[in-house]
Design a protein around this ligand. Structure first.
Ligand code: ADP
Length: 297
């Protein structure tokens, strides 16, 4: 309902903008035809016309952008509320059960495991939101150290295999020549983990993810995270790195998320003098996310 309402207001403002530009152009063309012999007035009129048309165009673009941004903020608040509430509700339910009923040893262990998983999920969401806040603070300095990139990736893969209960063959690593970077280990680890977590969570039940590293021109190292999941439409390849942006459609409602992960990846890349981008052959044909960082000299 809300989305339909917003779509209508976007359509309304675009129609209003185009309508106003049309009327203004018509008025000025008519006015110009009537006063063609007053040359200087005609020039001034055309200039004024250009100013008005650009003003209305800018105004419309601004309004539409603001409506879209509002839409994304709402979706983000909903997603975060859901991601915070669900694990807490689940932990509370298990605690209540443990408190009110006698539970045998194996069930008790199972409950503890579920509660630990839920608290991990909760911590991950909180960490993601806090990290996004920190990324916004321009003054925040990088805690630089020399990082062997292969070792850091192995660390992220071990964590991801444990977190998603995956066998080693679902999450493969093909390291290129050994390379070190000068970076903030905490930030680079978060960026690589976000890419691996996305590749796993958007793959669904068939997880087949490969992480590769390679040297580029002796100056950069690229970390490629490839999956065989649902892929990304060409028009969305850049947008997915925007804060709060999630590709609209059934996938977004099936797989929960906040739209912050790739924004963090891009921010980390930029802060380290590198870049991040996505490639995909299109829907259903998997995705490849690339993080490129400068090599330590
Ligand atoms: P989140 O996963 O929390 O929604 P991200 O910023 O990590 O936020 O990702 C933004 C969007 O990009 C996702 O909502 C999803 O639509 C798309 N996306 C990210 N990674 C993948 C992937 N490996 N395969 C398909 N779509 C992806």
């Amino acid at each position: 309902m809300v989305v339909a309402g917003r779509r209508k207001s976007i359509a309304f403002f675009i129609a209003l903008g185009i309508g106003l530009i049309g009327v203004t152009v018509l008025l000025y063309v008519g006015w110009g035809l009537l006063n063609w012999h007053h040359g200087i007035l005609l020039v001034l009129g055309v200039l004024l016309l250009l100013v008005i048309v650009s003003g209305v165009g800018l105004n419309t673009a601004f309004l539409v952008r603001e409506i879209r941004r509002n839409e994304q903020h709402d979706a983000f608040i909903n997603a975060v509320t859901h991601e915070l509430k669900t694990p807490v509700a689940s932990i509370r339910l298990y605690l209540e059960t443990l408190q009110t009923r006698p539970v045998d040893e194996s069930k008790r262990k199972e409950f503890y495991r579920i509660m630990l998983d839920d608290s991990d999920r909760l911590l991950a969401t909180i960490e993601q939101v806090l990290r996004t806040g920190r990324m916004g603070a321009v003054s925040r300095k990088l805690n630089l150290s020399r990082i062997e990139i292969a070792g850091l990736i192995e660390e992220c893969l071990t964590r991801a295999r444990a977190l998603h209960s995956l066998p080693a063959e679902s999450l493969k690593f093909r390291p290129g020549p050994p390379v070190a970077i000068l970076g903030d280990a905490d930030e680079v680890r978060a960026a690589i983990s976000n890419l691996i977590d996305n590749a796993v969570k958007y793959s669904g039940s068939e997880v087949n993810v490969t992480v590769e590293t390679a040297r580029v021109d002796g100056k950069f190292v690229t970390v490629r995270v490839k999956d065989e999941g649902p892929g990304i439409p060409k028009t969305e390849l850049k947008r997915v790195f925007k804060r709060f942006h999630r590709v609209p459609g059934p996938l977004a409602s099936r797989v929960k998320g906040t739209g912050l992960g790739l924004y963090i990846v891009r921010s980390v890349a930029k802060r380290h003098g590198g870049r991040a981008w996505a490639d995909s052959e299109g829907p259903g044909r998997g995705s490849t996310f690339v993080l490129q960082l400068p090599i330590a000299q």
